[in-house]
Design a protein. Structure first.
Length: 742
């Protein structure tokens, strides 16, 4: 008997260890109207902050993106000249970048060592990460928590910048080091010039030593109510001097700044974007590197071509998209959660090709589908779900979304359908030609988050959708190729499950009737049990546990007040587990306790199932789509696209292993795993006031204590097996599995 138990344990441990590695699917064919979408699985693009960077040391600059709306780093490799599309999603390079990056981040080589560095947003300031290469491997060391400037020989302050302000990082005075232009903290009406004193003081270029030269660089002021500029403001020196027209001295926060030498006269000109306007204003510097003076503006830039018009809040980036040696202009939204429908979230990267005539930049409009026409992108807040729509035994994908930009302040959410056209083990999907599958936009939903299951006993899978107001809508399957064309029951059961209601259909109490489980913005999960019959389901606002399993996927420690829970339930062996996406982009896993369906808690098994952050407001759907015995994880996110991960490497052409380094912020690394007698802990969190709890897989606490000086736990008294470690304090709970073999 002992021998059999040992064999089972070894097999289980082997499976567990193998399951820790996840792989990103990056190149499974998705076609649209007979055209392969090369970057179909990158997860969508909403507000890409773009920089060129050489990731693979070839002759062509690659593309680094952090999506500001979705808090997600993405890396794309340049395929070289005469290759379309220019860039291919290559997520294996993402692991080189700090996972703390959020909001905006730009690539600069501030110390001129040939290795890219990062300047990124932190709380009201900029951080700096210094790049290095060891044996050809790129990494970044944390260099400055706040880039600061000198007020006096003994007093400094940080250079202020915000989530909706993009500063200019460039060599303004031509001395070889990197200066900073940023919008003034008091309303952003003027531009502050922070001059890097590294060269002047005889320091190396590794130094970031700033002096505030003026609070009104260029002698212009932006109007407080429009994006127009007042020129000749007479504000030389440090601060504003002389009267300024009323209404011009205090502007709202929210502006983008692009620095370039447009005329070829070796000084810095600007393109300025505004949070409320669709164009960029060109501000021409008629001064020089020592003294800037803007005396000409173009509010319809470029007036000799198609003027920039990108609703709303555009930003410009220098990217040589066609490998001709000239930096082109990429125009993309810089919005940050301004509300669905206000900013463009599809066809949202405009290209202005640079032909550079006689030393001057010359830009011509080249379309708004560059790059994004290779992506499956529904707009914002996607929820893709596996579902066999045509009942051919192969799982298709149905993707709902929040309501993409249409120029209408009341956008209408749609469904997208990806038909599984796989042949044998060769997995392929075909995007339905309709951009409004089943015509559900006619119902004018804001938020359309689908779930599938038979609710009326006819063996056809019906659909229930949640919306942003918290209501549920029942669509009876009509048995056709487009089965969900009408709402059978609006506001099902009078249920209000909370904002951003994301339902899932499952017989949780095992009574033969499918129930509805709904996640919401608060990060909680509601459980509505079905007290009807097989053919006549019945739900009610009173038949609810509004805090199922005491699940809450928020992150109080990092001030993430909302959770955006998105549940999915799966049977694994003899156990049932509830997975949930989250605002943080992590996927949580809970062990369902059927004795606690009406009240009580579920065991948190893992607070980062994927070991990979697919971007904020993640959703999850799980199935084995290539019949290899291991599940695939279909993930949606705030950026509006989809990503696919697997527990097995399909092959090196289609998958990328995820091996991300530990993070400083809210991480938990436990080792060795499997453990023998001592389990060691590495965490960015302060563990001095933290309890640890160890659970067995039945949910029983087997150890419960506090850390005592050392970040390690003696587990020698526990029997061999698989356990779950919780770190618990008043702000967070983090969970990881580990195996004990002695």
């Amino acid at each position: 008997m002992k021998k059999n138990i040992s064999i089972l344990l070894i097999v289980f441990v082997a499976q567990f260890i193998h399951a820790q590695q996840k792989f990103v699917i990056r190149d499974v064919d998705v076609t649209s109207q007979n055209r392969k979408l090369v970057n179909a699985w990158c997860g969508g693009i909403n507000s890409p902050v773009m920089s060129d960077i050489n990731l693979n040391d070839d002759a062509y600059p690659d593309l680094f993106i952090i999506d500001k709306y979705g808090s997600k780093v993405m890396t794309f490799i340049n395929q070289g000249p005469n290759v379309y599309p220019t860039y291919k999603y290559t997520p294996e390079y993402e692991k080189f970048f700090p996972k703390e990056l959020w909001g905006w981040a730009v690539i600069r080589d501030f110390n001129k060592d040939g290795v890219p560095d990062i300047f990124s947003l932190t709380n009201g300031a900029m951080q700096c990460w210094r790049g290095k290469k060891v044996n050809g491997i790129l990494s970044f060391d944390f260099y400055q928590d706040e880039v600061r400037f000198r007020i006096s020989p003994t007093i400094t302050d940080h250079i202020w910048t915000f989530i909706n302000d993009l500063p200019g990082l460039t060599d303004v005075n031509g001395d070889g080091d990197m200066d900073v232009l940023s919008f003034d903290i008091l309303g952003g009406a003027t531009v502050n010039y922070y001059e890097n004193q590294a060269v002047e003081m005889g320091y190396s270029l590794d130094s970031l030593v700033y002096l505030n030269i003026t609070n009104c660089w260029g002698n212009f002021v932006e109007n407080s109510t429009t994006n127009s500029l007042f020129l000749h403001a007479s504000c030389k020196g440090n601060g504003l001097q002389g009267p300024i027209s009323s209404g011009s001295s205090a502007r709202h926060q929210g502006g983008t700044m692009f620095t370039f030498d447009y005329e070829g006269d070796r000084d810095v000109d600007l393109l300025l974007g505004d949070v409320s306007y669709p164009g960029l204003i060109y501000a021409e510097n008629s001064g020089d590197t020592a003294y800037a003076d803007v005396n000409y503006i173009d509010s319809m830039f470029p007036k000799y071509s198609t003027p920039i018009n990108l609703p709303i809040f555009p930003a410009a980036y220098n990217i040589d998209y066609n490998n001709d040696g000239y930096k082109d202009l990429m125009i993309a939204p810089f919005n940050y959660d301004q509300g669905v429908g206000f900013a463009k979230d599809i066809n949202n990267v405009q290209v202005y090709r640079n032909s550079k005539v006689s030393g001057k930049q010359e830009y011509s409009y080249a379309g708004d589908t560059f790059f994004v026409n290779q992506i499956v992108d529904a707009g914002s807040d996607s929820r893709p779900m596996f579902e066999d729509v045509d009942r051919d035994g192969k799982l298709d994908i149905v993707m709902g979304e929040n309501g993409q930009y249409s120029g209408n302040p009341s956008p209408r959410a749609k469904l997208y359908y990806l038909h599984n056209v796989s042949v044998g083990s060769n997995v392929q999907f075909e995007l339905d030609s309709s951009s409004d599958w089943c015509g559900v936009s006619a119902f004018s939903m804001l938020g359309l988050y689908p779930a599938f299951g038979d609710l009326d006993g006819d063996s056809l899978s019906d659909m229930v959708t949640g919306n942003n107001s918290g209501y549920l809508f029942f669509y009876k399957n009509n048995g056709t190729a487009k089965p969900y064309t009408s709402i059978t029951t609006p506001q099902l059961g009078g249920i209000d499950a909370g904002e951003f209601a994301k339902p899932f259909i499952y017989d949780l109490n095992e009574d033969g009737l499918n129930d509805i489980i709904v996640g919401n913005k608060e990060g909680r999960v509601n459980y509505y049990w079905n007290f009807g019959t097989k053919t006549a389901p019945k739900f009610d606002v009173d038949s609810v546990n509004p805090f199922l399993g005491t699940i809450r996927v928020n992150d109080w420690q990092n001030n993430v007040l909302w959770g955006y829970a998105a549940p999915f339930i799966a049977n694994e062996d003899t156990n049932t587990f509830l997975y949930s996406g989250s605002e943080r982009g992590l996927v949580f896993k809970y062990k369902v306790n059927r004795d606690s369906l009406r009240r009580g808690s579920f065991l948190l098994v893992d607070s980062d199932v994927l070991g990979y952050n697919a971007g904020s407001r993640s959703t999850i759907s799980i199935a084995d789509i290539n019949s290899d015995g291991k599940p695939e994880y279909l993930v949606g996110n705030q950026r509006g696209g989809m990503m696919l991960l697997s527990e097995l490497n399909w092959n090196s052409d289609t998958t990328t292993a995820i091996e991300e380094p530990a993070i400083r912020n809210n991480n938990l690394v436990i080792y060795p795993n499997p453990a023998r007698n001592v389990l060691k802990i590495e965490s960015s969190n302060d563990l001095r006031n933290t309890q640890y709890q160890i659970f067995d897989l039945t949910g029983n606490i087997v150890l419960d204590a506090a850390f005592e000086g050392k970040n390690e736990i003696n587990v020698s008294a526990l029997p061999n097996g698989v356990y779950v470690l919780h770190l618990v304090n008043d702000k967070y709970t983090i969970a990881r599995k580990f195996t004990l073999i002695k």
